[in-house]
Design a protein around this ligand. Sequence first.
Ligand code: HEC
Ligand code: HEC
Length: 419
Amino acid sequence: MSRLCKGAALVAALALAVSTPSQAANETAFTDAERAAVRALAVSPGHTPPEASEPALADFGKRLFFDRRLSGDGRFSCASCHQPDRAFTDGLALPEAVGRGTRNTPTLINVADNPWFQWDGAADSLWSQMLLVVENPRELANDRLNLAHTLYRNGDLRAAYQRRFGPLPPLSDGERFPAQGSPHAAPDSPGALAWRRMTAADRDAVNRVMANLGVALAAWQRRLIRYDASFDRFAAALAEDPDPPTNKAFPAAARRGLKLFVGEAQCTLCHSGPDFSNQAFHNLGLPVADHRDTGRERGLRRLTASPFNAAGPYAGGDDDAERLRFLPPPESLRGAFKTPSLRNVARTAPYFHDGRFATLEEAVRFYLAPPEGETLGEREATLDLIPDLSDRQVADLVAFLKTLDSAPLPEAVTTPPSP
Ligand code: HEC
Ligand code: HEC
């Protein structure tokens, strides 16, 4: 290459370098359609988080949440898995408590806004979700009679309970209320027999105590609300200006990632609304793992069979029994899982219902090509709309997802009460 040519190449390179900033600006200015799509992800100004209208009830719920006496062996509490400083997750692929769980621990931030609970929606209310954990042998491994007796025996819990819900049933009567028992105890185990021998009225009284504990836990979880991420501030700026400045909290890569998220990458087909979830169940064609988890199929069966669903005798005025009449056939949702919230997602690794992906990058890459391997049910065809993205585009999406972290909740909300 001659000296002159070298010079020309240098000039060309310089010209390219000089043109970069204006290209970058074009690349990141938002179209009207993109702005409308971002507005749909932002929290509407009128959105008021469900208030904890009864502070004393929420405080009782907080006490329960951090209390290890809720587990069968007294070693674990809700907070063992839902740790406040990890956005209420545990950092594990699968939780470890009394046993090893089969599903990843989800965040509880903004959980009160959800219509269905658990990855398979096996609960249709926040209060009734508690019943699924307490008696799960891998989680708190308790049983409802034992938990009712724990409340009765411990003055602090008993007083807090009775102040709001009135007297506990006469649990000191061991004939009527055996020490242990549950309809979910292993068939023909002493616990199962004990439960069956009780009168219907006494079983109902114990169930009512469980539902009340769920109501208290839900009241506290309603306070775990945060819509204050860098993304929210950027979305507010974007509502005023199609080309708001970036900054450290919302860098150019995040901006490009946001455009992809609401555009070409099609993420908002499912991750829509202020929690980045359409709150529906989708089959992503994940290759089958050990547990052969059928997801929503099993969730629907458990939900409709549960006496604690919205159509059951323990439901409250806020519960929506109507939608139970319009559920799809369970088999049609085999292998489908709930679209998770993406808020605080950078702090909730590992990812997916079984924690199979360790990093955000792996989770995003999963979408780029149909996965190979046996699947349960049918993978949704809409996923084919997601194009194969470049490495830079994947990095941009990840940079965007990192702007969804919120500030810590006020300490008064998350500090466990002193014993
Ligand atoms: C052993 C770890 C563990 C413990 C202990 C635990 N959880 Fe969870 N939690 C999970 C896992 C795992 C899931 C998802 C379960 C599923 O989908 O089957 C979950 C799901 C939830 C959900 C549904 C969230 C959503 O978005 O659908 C709520 C609410 C919840 N837990 C609250 C509680 C409360 C309240 C307690 C205490 C009574 C508790 N958890 C105890 C691990 C745990
Ligand atoms: C067809 C609906 C659908 C589309 C489209 C979709 N997702 Fe998802 N996403 C889901 C569901 C459902 C899960 C949970 C699946 C599971 O665990 O089995 C999920 C999980 C995730 C997770 C893991 C979250 C966690 O806490 O475990 C991330 C990150 C994610 N999606 C990002 C994206 C991005 C980025 C896009 C766009 C490229 C996208 N998703 C497109 C439905 C969808």
